[in-house]
Write a new protein. Sequence first.
Length: 422
Amino acid sequence: MAELAINGGEKCVTEPVKVKWPITDERDAEHVAEVVRAGRGGWCRLGLEDGEVSSFEREWADYHDAKHCLAVNNGTVAIECALQGLGLRPGDEVIVPAVTFVASASGVLMARGIPVFADVIPETCQIDPDDIERKVTERTRGVVVVHYGGYPADLTRIKDVAERHGLFVLEDCAHAQGSEWEGRKVGAIGDVGTFSFQGSKALTCGEGGAIVTDREDVYEACWAYHHIGRALDAEKYEHETVGPNLRLSEVQGALLRTQLEKLQAQVEQRMATAAFLSEGLQEIPGVEPLKEDERITQRGYYFYVMRFDEETWGVSKGTFVRAFGAEGVPMSSGYWSTVYELPVFANNRYDSTGYPVVEGEGYGRVVDYKDVRCPNAELVTHHQHLTFTTHSLLYRKCAEDALAVFRKLWENRGELKDGEGQ
């Protein structure tokens, strides 16, 4: 008789936790209703120095010990805007990690730069500072550092590499609301940091983003770009540069402000649940959390990342994930490929303006990604990477249920192995 649910046995967890996200209360509803009823500025931030967006920018900057914050309408354009603020020129190379969401690299193309992929460290899933240095050329202008899953990358070593080669450091903090490196929130440790407030993130208003920086020149350039080319002190129709409209609305700003009031307590709850999960995994062979680093003084989770050993379990990661989910607890394989294996890069070439080459040779140098290889990144994404969602970390019982499933699958790994490929 089958023991595993994937083979017809009883589920390990029959009453899974109903994970709620986002978490809202009357404070959210009342504050948004106040802003809607007031209708100040037509819910546009322009001219409202005491408005919701301006107030959120000050609060988010303070939270990150940063001098400046600029709110924009999503995390992808935050990367594009930040790169424009850093003065990226067409054809400039920007080194990005091979394991991340596509926007970390496509944002470079949107800013007319050329992404160059660097490998990751398997024990942390973060960009490898040594490979950053190997990928530097005379065309390299900067590095996009992704704090993947909320785990801060080694900013100390990365900044050292950047300073020796005259490169900017852009921190992509879409996963890392609340994360700290050596006692300071990530974001403004490099030259500029970007955030996403999309619906799955630890701080959300549905869609939204932000840029933080200590550099006055970068902030002013970003402001002009996000405001249709109008500088901070420009008149209404005084457009000095080219730029889209990336402004965030007052309604979204209001929601971010009340959600921000909850963030720190939620960060601490996620950390407590993650610590419990990590301790329990010590009893499970072939599954490890990411390597501990004492320089990470606080960790905001987008998801909890584990490393799966296919040899120890005798099955592929895909089989394991399917068997795990069948037991009543969701488990993800995370990003299933490196960024350069996605069709947008694998099937396209880009010229020195960052545009795809449809026919002919394009304009200037043409970059082809079909032969790019980052062995560690491919190992992580194809064979090792397991993730547990950030919102499940708000509930200790989710971790308890997950550990129960791990134990059941390990005890019945023979049956699991026998079912491989069926």
